[in-house]
Design a protein around this ligand. Structure first.
Ligand SMILES: [Zn+2]
Length: 285
């Protein structure tokens, strides 16, 4: 069933990747006891860069890992508004009101929602709204009928048969706009007008997000922050030692242990630096 679904997505031009799967007890098939994202991280060494629409490769992967969850690369056929809580859902409804378009919609196993939209050409945006992330170029989502560590299954509320709708203007502006919570205002939305100022606002915003991350999401938040800031380091806009220091301090405030913190920051930064942000075209991976 997972293989059939993977092949169907690929036929629609969506690159597929095998993702680790959760066992009945919620543990992850990666077998690492400290796994922070059970059933949500790629099985492939190169993660989503290996994602493919080639049915032979896909059959090979699921022959090897028949229970693998199905990951879909975003930014090509669709971008996804990834809503992880009822609060996030209300925030999105509040933003869009009656403009909320009818399109492909998933209930995630973790009690969240995925809303598919036509790609906007930007990369991932973490914390677009509280409880809402944007998955764009360089991102991926876990798709139905994958299983969640909560022993539930991702399922379609509205199927992916129709083409994803265009994102409403308010959502497009939010995705294209400056990082919250700085919102310097004005300027060209397609480019960073003051890269240094942008970088310092992003650093403060990410550190703040890490410091306030609830238990259970702290390491994931730290990892995403390190990745996002790593892209700015890669672009020469931030000093890596400054980022490491700020994130480590924020992680301490959030109550994370030092060993875990050091490892997470290092790996997030390294991954982010490999995809430097182009200041001329914000957030395009
Ligand atoms: Zn794992």
């Amino acid at each position: 069933m997972l293989l059939d679904a993977a092949l169907a997505y690929a036929r629609h031009g969506i690159p597929v990747l095998p993702v680790h799967s959760p066992a009945a007890d919620g543990s992850c098939s990666c077998a690492r006891p400290e796994c922070e994202r059970p059933g949500k991280h790629p099985r492939l060494r190169h993660g989503l860069t290996d994602a493919s629409v080639d049915p032979r490769r896909i059959e090979m992967w699921w022959a090897r890992w028949p229970a693998a969850n199905v990951g879909l690369r975003t930014g090509i056929v669709m971008d996804v508004a990834d809503v992880d809580s009822p609060g996030g859902w209300h925030g999105l409804r509040h933003l869009l009101g009656d403009a909320m378009p009818v399109g492909p919609q998933v209930r995630t196993g973790g009690g969240g929602w995925h809303f598919w939209f036509r790609p906007l050409g930007y990369g991932n945006r973490v914390g677009l709204l509280p409880g809402v992330d944007w998955r764009g170029a360089g991102g991926y989502v876990v798709a139905p009928p994958s299983r969640h560590a909560d022993r539930t299954t991702y399922y379609w509320v509205t199927g992916p048969g129709a083409a994803p709708p265009e994102a409403p203007a308010a959502l497009r502006e939010l995705v294209a706009g400056p990082e919250p919570p700085g919102r310097p205002g004005g300027g060209d939305r397609r480019g960073i007008v003051h890269p240094d100022r942008y970088a310092s606002v992003a650093l403060a915003a990410e550190a703040d997000r890490v410091a306030r991350a609830p238990v259970g999401t702290r390491n994931d938040t730290l990892n995403r922050a390190a990745f996002a800031l790593g892209r700015l380091v890669g672009a020469g806009l931030l000093d890596p030692a400054l980022v490491t220091g700020e994130l480590a301090a924020a992680a301490r405030r959030a109550g994370l242990g030092r060993t875990e913190t050091t490892r997470t920051i290092r790996s997030g930064l390294t991954a982010g630096r490999r995809q430097p942000l182009d200041p001329g075209r914000r957030s395009v991976a």
